[in-house]
Design a binder for this molecule. Structure first.
Ligand code: PMM
Length: 251
């Protein structure tokens, strides 16, 4: 199983703020991840936490592209975490090689065609709407059946847009329009997602459903989750701390 390291270049990610500080801190953290043996660095300029406001495309590009350009020089594989086709294309031109779209092509009508034209791997995550109001959309009959059927619609749309079957990666979208119980049900049935025949990415890192009283508790729970997923055929986990995950996977 691969480890995708999260590099959010957003003002709330690095304590001291300011564009230059954000750039320096992000590059430093990216280089650290490379040292820790990261398989893919996932770079994003827009927070998708529940309740988060959107940033402009110009701001998203200004935050992410310089960091991608610099880290790509070190030969690491980079994904761009964006819902926008323009940002995705700029990132691929700057040296990223995977598009990670939390909206699975629903947020930007140009995304799927762009990913098809660029001929790069495309991660389609299960999503029901923007972060501002996604918690109000956490209603399911059977969450596993419903998420799989909605993901299948995104797979069909991606293939129809011309994305090659071998370039598709899927993600159940833990925490996106899902309550804690939904997330655990998905984890319990993750093999059903793997059985769809596409590589599966799981992003549970430090999310609220993991519980605990402190960020440290959630970090420990994230490592337990990685251990649990390692034997299920999941392709990769998207995590904040790279080293402990590489360590448990090496055991
Ligand atoms: N989660 C977040 C952002 N991007 N991308 C994928 N593919 N899967 C996820 O679960 C996912 C994502 C939000 O988490 P963060 O705020 O900790 O980055």
């Amino acid at each position: 199983m691969l480890v995708m390291g999260i590099l959010n270049v957003t003002p709330d990610s690095f304590a001291d703020g300011g564009r230059h500080n954000d750039y320096d801190a992000a590059v430093t953290r990216g280089l650290e991840m490379i040292d820790e043996g990261v398989d893919i660095i996932d770079i994003g300029g827009e927070s998708t936490r529940p309740g988060a406001d959107r940033v402009t495309e110009a701001e998203e590009i200004a935050r992410t592209i310089p960091v991608i350009t610099e880290l790509a020089k070190h030969g690491v594989k980079i994904s761009i975490d964006t819902m926008r086709a323009t940002t995705a294309e700029a990132a691929i031109n700057a040296g990223a090689s995977i598009i990670n779209d939390v909206s699975g092509g629903l947020a930007d009508p140009h995304m799927l065609q762009t990913a098809a034209r660029l001929q790069v791997p495309y991660i389609a995550m299960h999503w029901r709407g923007q972060s501002k109001d996604m918690n109000s959309k956490a209603f399911y009959g059977d969450v596993v059946t419903d998420v799989i059927s909605e993901l299948k619609e995104r797979i069909t749309a991606a293939l129809e847009a011309g994305i090659h079957d071998s370039n598709l990666i899927i993600d159940p979208g833990l925490g996106f329009a899902k309550d804690a119980h939904h997330n655990w049900e998905i984890i319990d049935s993750i093999e059903a997602f793997v059985a769809l025949g596409y590589p599966v990415l799981v992003g549970g890192s430090r999310k609220r459903f993991l519980g605990g009283d402190s960020p440290d508790d959630r970090e420990q729970a994230t490592i337990e989750l990685t251990k649990r997923l390692a034997a299920t055929g999941v392709w990769a986990v998207r995590v904040h701390s790279v080293k402990p995950h590489k360590e448990v996977l090496a055991k």
